[in-house]
Design a protein around this ligand. Structure first.
Ligand code: PMP
Length: 367
């Protein structure tokens, strides 16, 4: 097994810009790997203990309380660990909150939001409050239409694929529901303005396999539909997130990751680092001729930066050079192409520096 120092040294050779699953803190990897061999000095692996043991229940309790503490949420909220990725929430949210004859408003700002709209239409009426489809979702609209009778307004705070992020909270006199999969825990945020938040853990909050769901209790129990228990938030709440076998290891890694976030200085410190990384990257991008940003400057994502090369033929060349220099995850999402770098909480500033140096050098040769 690597010591922490050796692990950090090994990892200095790679620069991980993957969009998710994504870079994790070295110490989280080390703690998680130790727990696979010997969890809490029990002589058992985390993979071998029952999910209803006191040992694991403590993990769930610590993880849920860290989430609430970091987000500064009071007891009117419940935190759940669920299966099936954020994608399952595209259906589970309307299934739990929206009756067949009711309307929910949705913002159509990227591929994930569009998928959420399609799924919600299976359960009730969807009113599209705003759309950025006209320009391939490269900006965030300022005008929203939200019918007063909407059950909720759903939006994706950060569009992982297109590289845009809401830098403001949409005005609506209805409960807010947000997919925060790719920017949760990256900044200080008025989370208590939201009635429901969900996020796959595999970007800023741990490993793939678990979805974090935060819901205000007064949103629940208001619909007529019969819901299978495994899909019913109230059943998960009653069972303390142990309705069935949870993804034990993913829950554990998520808890370790949030312990790390807290130890490093909480969301204020994450926000400082987020801004530092994004400022460095975008300032470099804007100073070069060889590359162009894909999105409107004011709506740029501080997590996922999307860009292209001025000359399309240079893209493959640049990707090759990234690969040769140990930089992974720089290729854009398959649906939009181009280039994308993801700069989540655990990405060291030094990785961004190395990338920016390569971009500058590439610009000198090809700009
Ligand atoms: N929403 C957003 C904003 C995402 O970035 C992703 C995945 N990248 C999803 C939803 C889908 O998540 P999952 O693959 O965990 O279902």
């Amino acid at each position: 097994m690597f010591t922490l120092q050796a692990l950090i040294f090994e990892r200095m050779k790679m620069y991980n810009f993957n969009s998710g699953p994504a870079v994790l803190p070295a110490e989280v990897l080390q703690q998680a790997s130790e727990a696979v061999i010997n969890f809490n000095d029990l002589g058992l692996s985390i993979l071998e203990i029952g999910h209803r043991t006191d040992w694991f229940v403590k993990v769930v309790e610590e993880g849920r309380s860290l989430i609430k503490e970091l987000m500064q949420l009071d007891d009117s909220y419940e935190v759940l660990y669920l299966h099936g990725g954020a994608t399952t929430q595209f259906m589970q949210v309307p299934m739990n909150l929206l009756d067949t004859n009711e309307t929910a408003a949705y913002c159509d700002n990227g591929i994930w939001g569009s998928k959420a709209i399609k799924e919600a239409q299976l359960f009730g009426n969807v009113h599209v409050a705003c759309s950025s489809k006209d320009r391939n979702h490269t900006y965030i609209p300022r005008e929203l239409s939200v019918p007063q009778h909407s059950k909720y307004l759903h939006y994706t705070t950060n569009n992982t694929v297109e590289g845009t992020q809401w830098q403001f909270i949409p005005e609506a006199n209805v409960p807010l529901v947000a997919d925060m999969s790719s920017d949760i825990f990256s900044r200080e945020f008025p989370f208590s303005k939201f009635s429901l938040i969900y996020a796959g853990a595999q970007k800023n909050a741990g490993a793939a396999g678990v979805t974090i769901l935060i819901v205000k209790k007064d949103m629940l129990g208001k619909i007529q539909r019969k819901i299978p228990p495994i899909m019913d938030y109230t059943k998960h709440i009653e069972a303390n997130s142990l309705l069935n076998t949870p993804p034990v290891f993913a829950v554990y890694v998520s808890m370790l990751t949030l312990r790390w976030v807290k130890k490093e200085g909480g969301l204020a410190e994450m926000e400082r680092r987020t801004n530092e990384r994004a400022d460095l990257f975008y300032n470099t991008l804007d100073s070069l001729n060889a590359f162009i940003g894909k999105t409107d400057k004011r709506d740029r994502s501080l997590m996922n930066a999307t860009f292209t090369t001025q000359n399309p033929e240079l893209e493959t060349l640049f990707l090759d050079e990234c690969k040769q220099n140990g930089m992974v995850g720089v290729k854009g999402h398959r649906s939009v192409g181009g280039l994308r770098v993801s700069m989540y909480n655990a990405l060291p500033l030094s990785s961004v520096k190395v990338l920016c140096d390569l971009m500058k050098d590439f610009d000198r040769r090809h700009g």
